[in-house]
Ligand binder design. Sequence first.
Ligand SMILES: Nc1nc2c(ncn2[C@@H]2O[C@H](COP(=O)(O)OP(=O)(O)OP(=O)(O)O)[C@@H](O)[C@H]2O)c(=O)[nH]1
Ligand SMILES: [Mg+2]
Length: 315
Amino acid sequence: MMDVTEFGHAVLAGKVAAGARAIRWLDDGDSRGAAVLRSIFAATGRAHVVGITGPPGAGKSTLTDMLVAELRKRERRVGVIAIDPSSPFTGGAILGDRVRMARHTLDPNVFIRSIGTRGQAGGLSRSTHDAALVLDAMGYDTILIETVGVGQDEIDVVNLAHTTVIVGVPGLGDEVQAVKAGLMEAGEVFVVNKADREGFEATLRQFELMLHLREQSRPEDAWSAPLLRAVANRDEGGGAIVDAIEAHRTFLKASDGFERRSGRREREQVLTLLRAQLVAEIMRGDRAASILDDVTARRIDPYSAADALMSDWRQ
Ligand SMILES: Nc1nc2c(ncn2[C@@H]2O[C@H](COP(=O)(O)OP(=O)(O)OP(=O)(O)O)[C@@H](O)[C@H]2O)c(=O)[nH]1
Ligand SMILES: [Mg+2]
């Protein structure tokens, strides 16, 4: 059994087994994960982190697979983090993703991990971020994070990225349309996938209009988000999407945007960890549990309960 320092070296040397173990430890909250992270952190901050998001079934995994192929043509080393959504739309996505990305599993320059969301309650962005750091330390140049754009957790995950690709498709119902409106704010590269499908032109025009309105509403924005088309299951459109992703990286690098985005992410991580530690500490012990019972029984209101817990903790 390697000690933690050796693990750190193995991660930095790009050893897949060590990386996978470190990600698992971090995900489980095992203290060895934090120790490995400590020893690799200084070497991180190089990878370009790219979020791929959109409604369920939009073809995100198929598209991710296509982007991996395109990035490999350009000799980039690629890490992929697929979020397995607990969303009722998409149960069992992991197996599908494995199949969809199967052509890359033997490529030593591609590393694919799935992260589960069940029972994570807000911890999804933390474990995704940790996994991205490990992949970064392992020397992957580009890290693609696939997530379904349905909930706040998923939007938080997208906020981890330097560059976000929003994937739309023809023929979405009103419900998903609303989700899309929320996502429109976040993206830097837009793709309408399934360009072979009926309704494609109409969807493209909707996106054009939304992007036009978006540009008008933020005249100070120097990045003009491109709108691209793809037929991911036929490997069509990947070149232009990777061009756009890399152009955005160049754009960020031309100012201090790249470091600023990563820096914001790390600082938020500190706050996330602090919140978790503080809550755990404050809630330790029987008295905290009995105050919560009092809230359940409506003997004390939540504000008074929080005040009581804080003042207990301060003493
Ligand atoms: N016609 C057509 N089908 C596509 C295209 N891209 C993907 N598909 C199919 O759409 C289905 C869903 O693709 P996925 O890649 O699993 O979609 P996803 O967005 O990752 O799905 P979830 O992760 O479950 O939300 C699969 O059957 C794909 O083969 C496309 O461009 N055209
Ligand atoms: Mg998928």
